[in-house]
Design a protein around this ligand. Structure first.
Ligand SMILES: *[C@@H]1O[C@H](CO)[C@@H](O)[C@H](O)[C@H]1NC(C)=O
Ligand SMILES: *[C@@H]1O[C@H](CO)[C@@H](O)[C@H](O)[C@H]1NC(C)=O
Ligand SMILES: *[C@@H]1O[C@H](CO)[C@@H](O)[C@H](O)[C@H]1NC(C)=O
Ligand SMILES: *[C@@H]1O[C@H](CO)[C@@H](O)[C@H](O)[C@H]1NC(C)=O
Length: 368
């Protein structure tokens, strides 16, 4: 009995590296099916562990209360996490966004695919803000890893980072920094779906509890195909179909949820598995909404602050705006939200939109 089991597990163990070795030759390699290497995985684990350990030594959901009650009155910051595999097309617009804002109110981190020759700005707010990065592929778990690397780096770097906004090179701001800061950290009315209110605190203009702004949908039409893309039972038992969620890849998390995300090992084991069908494989749109709906459902608003236009989508890409469409009316329309007082960011914009955007930066975009 014992020896049969032993032989069985031994041969299983032996076949794993053989499979690993043969698989890429047997099937033409697809980007989403390139496994994440063990050294990369261990590197990330060590970063996540360090960030989690260090973060547990101070409060993880700093509220206005700790903020007000502490004698030194340290300001809370928003960490802007830029995830890119090309130049930061709108670096000048973001420079203008941050220009003149107190540097103790924000942090910036950039994860740029090291295989791409990304121009590193030699001046402005992005100078020196590039973090240790690894290769990323579209529609693959490498995007989840890159995002967690950004979150962990920002958690480790500064205990004052209270919100973490994920931004791509195709994203633009829809308001001034001051508006974004007030909306996330001060305004008690920004989240119009919130039922949680304490009239006394609201009178004082104090937000009772911070929530993550992440889209979490459970009824999208293609959800079953997305769930089964990794194999019908591949996600079991950790994630049943009833628990599987989808949402926009771009979100703004609280420190508490950022920490939950980098501490996760259970769901990651499933989501890092390669898909067998490329056309329905977008793990980065599922991992974060599924995880947070399981571990902190009440801590999430379930909608995003990053406006995106999915009408006429093709090949998994949302609509991309081009220069002739970039007008003050477009900015005003993109701000309009059914869930909050305004959207704060929008995507996607083609790189040549920089010029028309800069032309109306002060007169429209940063005028609240
Ligand atoms: C990267 O880009 C810079 C500036 O565009 C150029 O000077 C340099 O040769 C490029 N390097 C590679 C490896 O392509
Ligand atoms: C999904 O559910 C939400 C909230 O219950 C609803 O607003 C939305 O219209 C639903 N979407 C679809 C595609 O059924
Ligand atoms: C969304 O994209 C479609 C084209 O697919 C366009 O006609 C429409 O005007 C866009 N909507 C907004 C709100 O920009
Ligand atoms: C807001 O809700 C209305 C009615 O359901 C819908 O037609 C519209 O597209 C929504 N707007 C946004 C920005 O999602």
């Amino acid at each position: 009995m014992f020896s049969t089991q032993f032989v069985l597990s031994f041969s299983l163990l032996l076949s794993l590296p053989i499979l690993f070795f043969l698989a890429p030759r047997a099937i033409p390699p697809r980007h989403s099916s390139i496994p994440i290497s063990l050294p990369d995985e261990l590197d990330d684990l060590s970063l996540f562990n360090r960030a989690a350990t260090k973060s547990s030594s101070y409060p993880n959901n700093p509220s206005i209360f700790t903020h007000l009650s502490s004698g030194k009155n340290p300001k809370l910051k928003i960490a802007f996490l830029f995830l890119t595999n090309s130049d930061l097309h709108f670096a000048r617009l973001w420079d203008r966004f941050f220009h003149g804002s107190p540097t103790n109110l924000y942090s910036i981190y950039v994860h740029a695919d090291p295989e791409v020759n990304v121009t590193r700005p030699t001046n402005g707010v992005f100078k020196g803000r590039f973090i240790a990065a690894k290769r990323t592929y579209r529609a693959s778990p490498t995007l989840i890893s890159a995002t967690r690397r950004l979150l962990a780096t920002a958690l480790l770097d500064d205990p004052a980072n209270a919100f973490f906004a994920l931004i791509s090179q195709h994203c633009i701001p829809l308001h001034s920094f001051g508006y974004v800061y007030k909306s996330l950290l001060v305004s008690p009315t920004f989240d119009t779906t919130s039922t949680e209110s304490d009239p006394d605190l609201a009178r004082l203009g104090v937000r009772v509890r911070y929530k993550s702004f992440i889209e979490i949908l459970s009824n999208a039409s293609n959800l079953w195909k997305r769930y089964a893309a990794r194999g019908r039972f591949a996600m079991m038992p950790e994630v049943t179909f009833e628990q599987f969620r989808v949402g926009s890849q771009f979100f703004t998390l609280t420190r508490r949820d950022a920490l939950l995300v980098i501490k996760d090992r259970t769901l990651w084991r499933k989501y890092k598995l390669p898909c067998y069908r490329e056309d329905e494989c977008y793990p980065e749109e599922h991992y974060f909404p599924t995880l947070l709906s399981m571990v902190d459902p009440d801590g999430c608003t379930k909608y995003t602050l990053t406006r995106v236009n999915w009408t006429g989508t093709h090949n998994g890409h949302p609509y991309t705006y081009h220069p002739p469409e970039v007008t003050p009316e477009l900015i005003h329309m993109l701000r309009r939200s059914n869930y909050s007082e305004s959207y704060l960011f929008a995507r996607k914009f083609s790189p040549d939109c920089l010029r028309p955007l800069m032309r109306m930066a002060d007169s429209v975009i940063f005028r609240d």
